[in-house]
Design a protein around this ligand. Structure first.
Ligand code: A2P
Length: 336
């Protein structure tokens, strides 16, 4: 049966991608209510099956929908997601608001779909961070085959991680700097200019010297993989790419790794593509709904240590697609 849904943040980068994916994947959408801030309330936007009027979240009552996707920022989810769940919607939340909450499952459907067997008491299911999702999708098979001792990861994260605003700012900065590299253009979303630059600081800086983004990668990986002591050290870096996050990953395993065998193992994972001849890059992904892996190599001096490169569309794999795939599992299992 068709599922009535609300998309909170429907005018944003993730919300738009989510609506596109619902159509492309043939998700059984009943009514689709787009919800955003008072700024865009009243606008007509495309939704599955036609167009619809954007509702103001502050005035919207969720009792008419069964599923509510939230991608409107952590603060917005903190203020409204529990209310939406209390009004009867099952919330799939894309923000950092509830990921580590004990009563909220944190789900990557290819890794831990078993936690979607029933409606959680909180009525909220969390979607992990955009860099955590492709990482754990590759760590899970590595762990099964070789065991994980230590994970060291550096990210190369795109402007779209900051939504439409981030992409618009990068384009404006690039345009400003093209004729005169000393010109920066508008500098708001990333603190310093992103065009012709790299920024090793994403989200808040914490007391231990790591950033919140780096802490998320450790804590969320532990929760999803159910390994509370998993050793993960992350460095998260913003790069002047419009869309598509990349990561360099170095994994120390319990057992020696054979690069060819690992390539075959990862190629056999659902929705993963292994590149043999040249590495994938954010601008050369032919299928944005796959996790792309390249440069798989074993350290000649440390046979248990393997390094690889991954690229994944952060708006899709890292956000909207993961959320839609959670919804697909829920529908298939009749969870409501
Ligand atoms: P709006 O367009 O009305 O500002 P992005 O990640 O691309 O910046 O998009 C953020 C999304 O979250 C947009 O849809 C935006 O709506 C929505 N949003 C931001 N703040 C709020 C809020 N306080 N209440 C409801 N929606 C919000």
């Amino acid at each position: 049966a068709a599922v009535p849904i609300a998309v909170v943040g429907a005018t944003g980068a993730v919300g738009r991608t989510l609506i596109d994916l619902l159509v492309q994947r043939g998700f059984p959408v009943g009514e689709c209510v787009p919800v955003a801030s008072a700024r865009s309330a009243g606008q007509r936007i495309d939704v599955p099956g036609g167009t619809a009027t954007v509702h103001d979240l502050d005035r919207y009552d969720f009792s008419g929908v069964r599923l509510a996707f939230f991608s409107a920022g952590t603060g917005t989810s903190e203020r409204h997601a529990r209310r939406a769940a209390a009004q009867g919607a099952l919330v799939i939340d894309n923000t950092n608001a509830f990921r580590m909450a004990a009563d909220v499952p944190l789900v990557v459907p290819q890794v831990n779909p078993d936690v979607l067997d029933r409606r959680p008491d909180s009525g909220i299911i969390a979607n992990p961070n955009c860099s955590t999702i492709p990482l754990v999708r590759l760590l899970a098979p590595l762990r099964r085959r070789y065991g994980l001792r230590r994970v060291t990861v550096s990210t190369y994260q795109a402007a779209s991680g900051r939504g439409n605003r981030g992409m618009a700012e990068l384009r404006a900065q690039a345009a400003a700097a093209t004729d005169d590299p000393t010109r920066t253009g508008p500098v708001e979303a990333f603190g310093v200019p992103l065009a012709y630059n790299v920024i090793p600081l994403i989200d808040t800086l914490l007391a231990d010297g790591f950033t919140l983004e780096e802490q998320k990668m450790r804590q969320e990986s532990r929760k999803i993989l159910r390994d509370p002591t998993l050793d993960v050290t992350a460095t998260c870096v913003r790069v002047p790419v419009l869309n598509g996050h990349s990561e360099t990953v170095v994994v120390d395993c319990d057992a020696p790794v054979d690069a060819g065998e690992l390539a075959a193992l990862l190629a056999g994972e659902p929705e993963v593509r292994v590149w043999a001849d040249r590495p994938p890059t954010p601008r050369t992904l032919d299928d944005a709904d796959l996790v792309h892996v390249g440069r798989i190599r074993v350290d000649p001096e440390h046979p248990n240590r393997v390094a690889f490169w991954l690229v994944a569309d952060n708006l899709r794999i890292g956000a909207a697609l993961n959320a839609v795939q959670i919804a697909e599992v829920l529908v298939a299992r009749g969870v409501r």
